[in-house]
Design a protein around this ligand. Structure first.
Ligand code: GTP
Ligand code: SPV
Ligand code: MN
Length: 608
């Protein structure tokens, strides 16, 4: 159809210049989705206020008590739209082998047709919002631009907190900056005069990625990673593709600055799967005296060699979309303090005095709770009051432990990389990789028990390489090679990050966690930093270097428990290796030779 470049808009930015290709894309979207109006967003406080007022009026947002949770709101999603939907997530590269065996692949032309058919008129009765954003500090050499189109004011308000929304991004695009097209609709057209639902969405869902043209098209969901497209869809799936082409890495990692009692600081990144402890590590309050952890990020890190050749990292996000259940003054006091005001809560329980509650916040549920689904809570039935994947959305700047470097355009140099999973057996509390390639092998063969962060069977152990299984935008075998290649590059400079593996989640025969976790994880941090400083010895094992001992001063832990945490059971490791081998075999000739070598070497060490 003929394209007119006069913006069909009600926004205050009408007179300002807009990049022609963004305008064209918006016009195409308008022609297809048929919204009632278009609003160009600027990320301002006034805009956030307008969106908030609108959603309170529509019943999407419930205002929380102005004394208990000032400036905070509760949102209840549809019960069918509560987590990422991995089965509906697609990588649409031209060739299926470029998506690889661990991704759902659909031919891009076919997917476009499907989505075009579904999306025709999908925004009727709604406003189409155009949200320009930067991932990473504006102007940073590591930052990237994007624009999200969405018909969900909840998504726009969330983006205000999660990313750097700014019209300056449009200026950068106008000057030629590459950008990622993020098209999102809840897929729920509104009939004339009909009253809207609090959480419009569609039973049919598609989270589709077109890595070759750097486009994302998401239909039918308003929840988290399905709808906040800068997060998993852009900053991990599309960015992983850009990273491989450009020689960097996009990772599902927390990012922290750790300072030892001697005042020496180190930057550590850690890749744990969804709901496996990144936010908690990122805000750790060490129980060991003298240690300090400062937060840089809790979910995504972009890593690239800097001008000095050392690996540097930025957090591309500007906010937290964190797991609420399990968060308490005892486990994560920094988060509890951060959530005291100006927070958007999704699918938590509501107290009768206008506050929120979730499992684990206090030992006992308060009386007269309303559940995440909006019904009266009866503790006796054992049903949870908050959804297990209930989340909070809040700005980075609300975090009291935020490191001053969080907005540094140059990023921070990385000293150590930690992998980890939720394993009730097999993997010890901590070990150090033998070298970079062995560390990459540990990342490639990571496994974890499934959590409520995605649909599917809870607790089932699955391989989740680098915590990236649901987030790698290309063939995971090639992704492993990108890690190997990064090691080769960093090695030439001489200073490369050391690699570790941790597991906070070992259980005893009664199913109880053996390790206290949270702030006590500082004892593991202490060992890791001592390894970096060369001040502590380690013992070899078939899968890496184990601590000879751990600083347990002031910790009440039985000798047998410590033994269970710091040793490996060769039979369990052997079984696990077989499973890993089967998993790796599916990559065929895309599996890096050096991963096969590490597998062989591990098997040999096990048979000694
Ligand atoms: P995503 O946002 O889904 O990527 O998750 P995340 O990795 O940031 O997970 P988060 O830190 O929010 O933790 C998820 C759950 O694990 C919460 O219920 C935590 O209370 C729990 N958890 C975190 N750290 C520990 C720990 O050291 N020990 C135990 N037992 N549980 C922990
Ligand atoms: C995860 O599932 O790893 C998350 C939450 O961080 S979401 O943004 O919904 O993907
Ligand atoms: Mn995550």
């Amino acid at each position: 159809m003929p394209m007119t470049l006069t913006p069909p808009t009600t926004s205050p930015r009408t007179e300002e210049p807009r990049p022609v290709d963004v305008l064209e894309w918006v016009h195409e979207a308008v022609a297809l989705l048929e919204p009632d109006s278009v609003t160009w967003c600027d990320g301002s406080a006034a805009e956030a206020q307008r969106l908030t007022d609108l959603m309170v009026e529509q019943g999407t947002l419930v205002s929380l008590s102005s004394t208990k949770r000032p400036g905070s709101y509760l949102v209840r999603s549809e019960p069918t739209d509560v987590a990422r939907v991995e089965s509906r997530t697609f990588i649409c590269s031209s060739h299926p082998e470029d998506a690889g065996p661990t991704n759902n692949w659909v031919d891009p032309t076919e997917m476009r047709e499907t989505l075009r058919d579904l999306s025709r008129g999908a925004m009727r009765g709604r406003t189409l919002y155009v949200v320009p954003f930067s991932m990473g500090p504006l102007g940073s050499p590591m930052a990237r631009s994007g624009v999200q189109i969405t018909d969900s004011p909840y998504v726009v308000l969330s983006l205000h907190m999660m990313v750097r929304v700014s019209t300056k991004v449009l200026d950068a695009i106008d000057e030629g900056a590459p950008w990622v097209k993020c098209l999102h609709t809840v897929g729920s057209p509104l009939a004339e005069d009909a009253r809207d639902e609090a959480w419009p969405c569609n039973d049919t869902k598609y989270i589709s990625h077109f890595p070759e043209t750097r486009e994302i098209w998401s239909f039918g969901s308003a929840y988290g990673g399905n709808a906040l497209l800068p997060k998993k869809a852009f900053a991990l799936r599309i960015a992983s593709v850009l990273a491989r082409e450009e020689g960097w890495m996009a990772e599902h990692m927390l990012l922290v600055k750790i300072t030892s009692p001697q005042g020496k600081s180190y930057t550590v990144v850690a890749a744990f799967p969804s709901a496996c402890g990144k936010t908690n590590f990122a805000m750790m309050q060490p129980t060991l005296p003298g240690w300090r952890v400062e937060t840089l990020g809790d979910d995504i890190a972009w890593l690239a060699p800097g001008s000095d050749g050392r690996l540097r990292a930025i957090n591309p996000e500007a906010g937290f979309f964190g797991v609420a259940p399990g968060t308490s003054a005892a486990t994560n006091p920094v988060a509890m303090n951060m959530l005291a005001s100006h927070t958007l809560f999704t699918n938590v329980a509501h107290t009768d005095d206008g506050d929120v509650w979730w499992e684990g916040m206090t030992p006992q549920a308060p009386d007269n709770l309303t559940t995440w689904a909006g019904s009266p809570h009866s503790a006796s039935t054992g049903e949870s009051a908050a959804h297990p994947n209930a989340r909070f959305t809040v700005r980075l700047e609300a975090c009291a432990s935020l490191a001053p470097e969080w907005d540094d355009p140059e990023g921070v140099p990385v000293d150590a990389i930690i992998f980890g999973g939720r394993r009730s057996t097999t993997m010890p509390l901590v070990l150090e990789a033998r070298d970079w390639n062995h560390g990459v092998f540990l990342g490639a063969t990571m496994a974890s028990e499934k959590t409520a962060a995605a649909e599917g069977a809870l607790g089932e152990v699955r391989r989740d390489p680098f915590a990236m299984l649901p987030f790698c935008g290309y063939n995971m075998g090639d992704y492993m090679q990108n890690w190997i290649d990064m090691g080769d590059r960093l090695r030439t400079v001489g200073r490369m990050p050391r690699i570790f593996h941790v597991n906070w989640f070992l259980k005893d025969s009664d199913g109880r966690f053996i390790w206290p976790g949270f702030g006590e994880n500082s004892r593991v941090v202490d060992w890791i930093v001592n390894r970096l400083e060369g001040s502590v010895a380690a013992e070899p094992s078939p899968i890496g270097w184990l601590p000879k001992s751990l600083n347990t001063e002031g910790l009440d832990i039985a000798e047998e428990a410590l033994e269970a945490l710091l040793s490996v059971d060769r039979d369990l490791v052997r079984q696990d290796l077989e499973d890993a081998e089967t998993f790796l075999a599916q990559f065929g000739d895309r599996l890096p030779a050096r991963i096969s070598e590490e597998l062989r070497a591990t098997r040999e060490r096990l048979s000694l």
